[in-house]
Design a protein around this ligand. Sequence first.
Ligand code: FE
Ligand code: CA
Length: 518
Amino acid sequence: MLTRRELLAIASRLGMAAVLQPLTLTRVFAQPTFSKDPFTLGVASGDPWHDNVILWTRLAPEPLTGGGMPMVNVEVDWEIASDDGFRNIVRQGTATARPELGHAVHVEVTTLQPGRDYWYRFHAGKETSPVGRTKTAPAPGVGGDQLQFAVCGCNHYETGYFTGFRRIAEEHFDFVIHTGDYIYEDPPAVQTKRPNVVRQHHSDEPYSLTDYRNRYAQYKTDHDLMAAHASAPFIVTSDDHEVDNDYAGVSDEHDTPVEIFLLRRAAAYQAFYEAMPLRAAAIPSGPDMRLYRRLQFGRLLDLEMLDTRQYRSRQACGRLLESHCPAAADPSRTILGAAQERWLFDQLGRSRATWTVLGQQVPTFRRDAVATTPNGRYSMDKWDGYTASRSRLYARLKEMKGTNPIVLSGDVHVHYGADLKIDFDDPRSATVGTEFTNTSLTSGGDGLDVATAWEKIRGDNPHIKYHSARRGYVACTATSQTMRADFKVLDRVTVRDAPIRTAGSLVVEAGRRGSSPA
Ligand code: FE
Ligand code: CA
């Protein structure tokens, strides 16, 4: 039982007008009265199955300074309806927002109908959240007409407005895949001297759980980002900046002792779980978080979500752009880790859908980034730095029958469409699949239609069929006949509300590896 003094402390923390009812609650503080909106971070849904989806919110009346909640459990009611006016509520219940998780709520709603739109909202005390729309996956074995999904990532808060998220919201996708860099861990631009920013991070570089919570909260209070989450279920993975730039498994870029870095990784992973509409399987255990998982969309599409950060070997050759690095091909080095690679190859062997999509962070295809030497130069942070892992993956993709592999990636802040070659030195070698790399939503600022170095490097990258160095996202349409990628761009992210346009499109035909311009 709480003492009267403790209750009064809680009440004043919540800005309560008066202490309520028989306050005999020890575990759950059922009916708080908020003096400020606790739903400042909006709502989200994620990881849709055919009968089941995750609904998310986090109570944070003071979002930028730890959340502002008292350290007690709080009941949050949720409801999900088949109409946006909530006349036909199909499920409802009560979840507990716990201090251990920063008062985040992850509700797993079961026994839903497949391939259906739903609307959901939360109530805490007398406050009601914004409404979100979500959608379940098609029923198992069902072909379905088409699936439309966005692929996005790299939304640096300082370098642009999140107009791309607003445009994603307007498209009402079946789902949205986020390939990582949902936050950036940089200190404010006033400290880093980053030029051309449109707004600033509000706090120093995050290290503690509270630091990371506040950083996610700053991003999530953006109304364009909130609108994207409220428009469709998100399927997320995490790249480097959710923890620290270019970290690799247990190592960061500053040679911090492993056991020290893992304390930071644990804090960052917990904040990531708290901030994302993830299933309970992703609840971190210390510095470990299971993000790789399979989602199925009828007979049309199997999605293997991967984690190329947590289990990878350290980058080879110690530097980021290398022209000659034998260690990059060392078969004992890995980007997926042995367990995830085994899991993935097993999943791929069982894939029967028209499309098998790998959702992951960094480009798998060879990318000569600076053609200054006869050998070219390659980023050791991408699969180019883990070529034995790539050879094993591509060999596995080549073996697959009756399904078409599509790889998704982000991270490099350029749109690419690339055909995946079993031997990138031999243009006549087998094409094992096609990759769509989403440019950043904002990272890097406005960008250019053509990357500065493109004319110099295009001859060395004949498998790259499309590129744009603007900001935006990829809109994919999957049918039983084709997978189409529309590369969406915004000409400006440093001004608000720029329009979106399709700068180019590629199509892959079912049963045929490799892409062609649409
Ligand atoms: Fe990025
Ligand atoms: Ca990245």
